[in-house]
Design a protein around this ligand. Structure first.
Ligand SMILES: Nc1nc2c(c(=O)[nH]1)N[C@H]1C(S)=C(S)[C@@H](COP(=O)(O)OP(=O)(O)OC[C@H]3O[C@@H](n4cnc5c(=O)[nH]c(N)nc54)[C@H](O)[C@@H]3O)O[C@H]1N2
Ligand SMILES: Nc1nc2c(c(=O)[nH]1)N[C@H]1C(S)=C(S)[C@@H](COP(=O)(O)OP(=O)(O)OC[C@H]3O[C@@H](n4cnc5c(=O)[nH]c(N)nc54)[C@H](O)[C@@H]3O)O[C@H]1N2
Ligand code: SF4
Ligand SMILES: [Mo]
Length: 673
């Protein structure tokens, strides 16, 4: 029991494994794949928040304005009773569940099983705020909504194109792979709206006007087609729809693109040639592409570029780099309102009936459920009465969060299952204390689709329970069939049965090595996952942002991440070593804009959009004129745009804003606590 245990890092989706000493709770890096002896500071100090005095230790129930302790038995019984009552009165779709990218595959699997057996597809997770646009675009073009190749392949490609993604801050360990590629001769190209840390390693730095990525992608394709640098053989044998794209990009000349994107025509030509002549290449992307109303189209445009060069399969890979440590797993386990496990559509009758049979029922609901981002309106209008949230903090993480907080106040029943009294938990009628990642066992899936086992290191804090145990109690109290799990491995074995490539595998096999890939290590090597095995080019046109800068709100506001902060801060802010490393988040303002407004470095400024105002200190430089960038952690979402794209992701990267210098200041009072 005292041997160090391997545990999956509770932060980012790169999926490092930590070696934790149960006596001291000190962390060392796992030597094997995928992190190869490396960790970033968050991983190194990951056990600190677990030991925080702020941890929730007992179930709580709201009585008036106070939260009072309640026993587990009573809490679960009362919650189940209210859920059943609401279903009786208003139907199953009056209840919604939010799953968590922070909890294991088994736990996400159970929550979506509860939702569907209860009778609703109102089950979603933070993938909606993140890479769901990538999933939709990938499904339509190559047939499978996930990263195509393992990280290790990056090292062998001739070029790495990093688009709207800043791994030097957000996935620090993947930089090791990218830098190895560079040492092996790969050209590194970075496209962002500002000079990022990742650009320090780039051969080509493209600073693009926000929201104009489709124009750049189409112009790169325009050059590649005009100069006949594309892979004709690949296009002929493995794709359909090329002529549509060839026509579509004709008008996107480098000259035209220069006007729209701000990137010189000559640079566009040079980068198109570099990327095409590299012979093989990866495209890695992040929130700079997905968090726009054009999110789905943005991703389609970069997929078209990869298809044009045959950079999928053997000669390249698509890397939509997943954000949270188990966001890929949550999605694969079916915690999405439009998909069954494995991203299978709800309308796939054969698969749906098979799942139903394994769960001991006839059939499952087939209507798409509400997206996480659609819930707030549905609560406002009275369609949704009860919300059960596991490990998600929408009162801070959602766009235009004042609207979210108002909705949370309106619910007849709000249950929050978390390790802390999060900002969202403050609105709850019941708060259930969950055990933290290293207090329980289970499997997690990283961005490269590697499922890894995380071992239990220490006993749960106080009276907290692992999420799977809480959900097992809930399922049983709701009278759902099959909720008699006595170990987490029983749930692992159950979800293995849903996936043909896992059916033959044992849980012990998963525990022993460096994990298993689902469905396999590389996708699309010989054929695509579409019905005819061919990839589809889909021509896309520029889509305008929902809100444009104007006379009243002349700036573009974008939101970004910093290496030392993590999402809504609930975990990192309770980790003393990380707090010491943290700088104060500041708004980045261009020097000439600042001069015009009389703003100096460190001054307090007010940033205002049509949703409201926030205050922050200014940091001059790092962004082009007309753009301001605010770290999203804690308060940015008081003012962000709630406009949704086709996949339900808000336009978190583009709002119209104005700036005002303040004489003196205090931070906006409503931070995370
Ligand atoms: N330290 C740290 N690491 C994290 C997280 C964290 O909070 N902190 N969160 C995790 C999660 S959940 C996620 S999803 C990932 C996200 O990882 P990233 O996608 O790397 O994160 P962001 O900083 O949100 O956005 C990436 C970049 O998009 C750029 N951008 C904004 N608008 C545009 C645009 O219109 N076009 C282009 N081309 N670029 C644009 C921004 O300037 C920014 O540099 O990080 C994960 N890792
Ligand atoms: N403006 C702006 N807003 C954004 C973004 C942006 O770029 N800009 N990015 C969006 C993206 S990509 C994401 S992913 C979201 C993130 O938004 P959230 O997912 O809401 O953010 P987190 O801070 O990761 O919240 C995780 C919660 O899980 C809890 N938790 C941790 N471990 C456990 C556990 O084992 N069990 C349980 N039950 N709970 C646990 C934590 O205490 C915390 O409350 O934010 C989105 N919001
Ligand atoms: S890179 Fe990501 S997974 Fe690795 S230690 Fe850092 S936060 Fe954890
Ligand atoms: Mo994310």
């Amino acid at each position: 029991m005292d041997e160090p245990k391997t545990v999956v890092c509770p932060y980012c989706g790169f999926g490092c494994r930590l070696l934790v000493d149960p006596k001291t709770m000190k962390v060392k890096p796992h030597r094997g794949e995928p992190n190869r002896g490396k960790l970033c500071p968050k991983g190194l100090h990951a056990t600190e928040f677990v030991l925080s005095g702020d941890r929730l230790k007992r179930p709580l129930k709201r009585e008036g304005s106070r939260m009072r302790p309640i026993s587990w038995g009573r809490a679960i019984e009362e919650i189940a009773g209210k859920l059943l009552e609401i279903r009786e009165l208003y139907g199953a779709d009056a209840v919604a569940f939010i799953a968590s990218s922070k909890v294991s595959n088994e736990e996400n699997y159970l929550l979506q099983k509860i939702a569907r057996l209860f009778g609703t597809n109102n089950i979603d997770n933070c993938a909606r705020l993140c890479h769901e646009a990538s999933v939709h675009a990938l499904k339509m073009t190559v047939g499978a909504g996930a990263q195509t190749n393992p990280y290790e392949d990056l090292e062998g490609f001739g070029a790495v194109l990093i688009w709207g993604y800043n791994p030097a801050e957000t996935h620090p360990v993947v930089m090791d792979y990218i830098l190895k590629a560079k040492r092996n001769g790969a050209k590194i190209i970075v496209v962002d709206v500002r000079e990022t840390r990742t650009m320090a390693f780039a051969d080509h730095k493209l600073i693009i006007h926000p929201g104009t990525d489709i124009v750049l992608a189409n112009a790169l394709m325009n050059v590649i087609i005009r100069e006949e640098l594309y892979d004709e053989d690949f296009i002929k044998t493995r794709t359909v729809g090329f002529s549509e794209v060839r026509m579509g990009v004709m008008k996107y000349t480098p000259k035209y693109a220069e006007k729209v994107t701000g990137i010189p025509a000559e640079t566009i030509r040079e980068v198109a040639r570099t990327f095409a002549l590299a012979g093989s290449g990866a495209i890695m992307w992040g929130m700079g592409l997905t968090q726009h109303v054009s999110g789905v189209e943005n991703v389609m445009a970069v997929i078209d570029l990869a298809l044009l060069l045959g950079y999928i399969g053997e000669k390249g890979g698509l890397y939509p780099m997943r954000g949270q440590n188990n966001v890929q797993g949550a999605a694969y386990m079916g915690a999405l309102s439009e998909f069954l496990p494995g991203y299978v559509p709800l309308t796939d009758e054969r698969f749906r009936k098979r799942v139903a049979k394994i769960w001991g029922v006839e059939d499952l609901p087939t209507e798409r459920g509400l997206y996480l981002t659609e819930l707030w309106e549905a609560i406002e209008s009275g369609d949704v009465k009860a919300l059960y949230i596991v490990g998600e903090n929408p009162a801070v993480g959602e766009a235009d969060f004042l609207r979210v907080r108002n909705a949370l106040r309106k619910l007849d029943l709000l249950v929050v299952q978390d390790v802390f009294m999060s900002r969202t938990a403050r609105y709850a009628h019941y708060v259930l204390p969950a055990s933290a990642f290293c207090e329980k066992s289970g499997s997690y899936m990283n961005s490269e689709r590697r499922i890894q086992w995380s071992h239990k290191v220490c006993e749960p804090m106080g009276d907290s329970k692992p999420d799977w145990e809480i959900l097992t109690m809930l399922g049983r109290a709701l009278g759902l069939p099959g909720f008699n799990y006595s170990s987490v491995e029983e749930i692992t074995a159950e979800y293995f049965r849903l996936f043909p490539s896992l059916e033959e595998r044992s849980v012990d096999e998963l525990k022993a090595g460096d994990g298993v890939f689902l469905p396999k290590k590389r996708l699309h090597t010989w054929e695509f996952s579409t019905p005819d095995g061919k990839a589809r080019f889909i021509a896309v046109e520029q889509v305008q942002p929902w809100e444009r800068p104007d006379y009243e709100y002349p700036f573009i506001l974008t939101t970004i991440r910093l290496i030392s902060h993590y999402n809504t801060g609930e975990m990192t802010l309770r980790s003393p070593s990380l707090v010491r490393l943290m700088g104060e988040p500041k708004v980045l303002i261009n020097r000439s804009d600042a001069e015009r407004l009389g703003i100096h470095d460190g001054d307090w400024v007010e940033i205002e959009t049509r949703r409201g105002k926030i205050r922050m200190r200014a940091k001059l430089g790092g962004v082009p004129p007309g753009l301001v960038a605010v770290p999203f952690h804690f308060k940015a979402n008081k003012i962000t745009s709630p406009a949704l794209n086709k996949a339900g992701t808000p336009e978190l990267k583009f709002s119209a804003a104005r700036l005002r210098k303040l004489r003196s200041g205090k931070p906006t009072p409503d931070t995370h606590r």
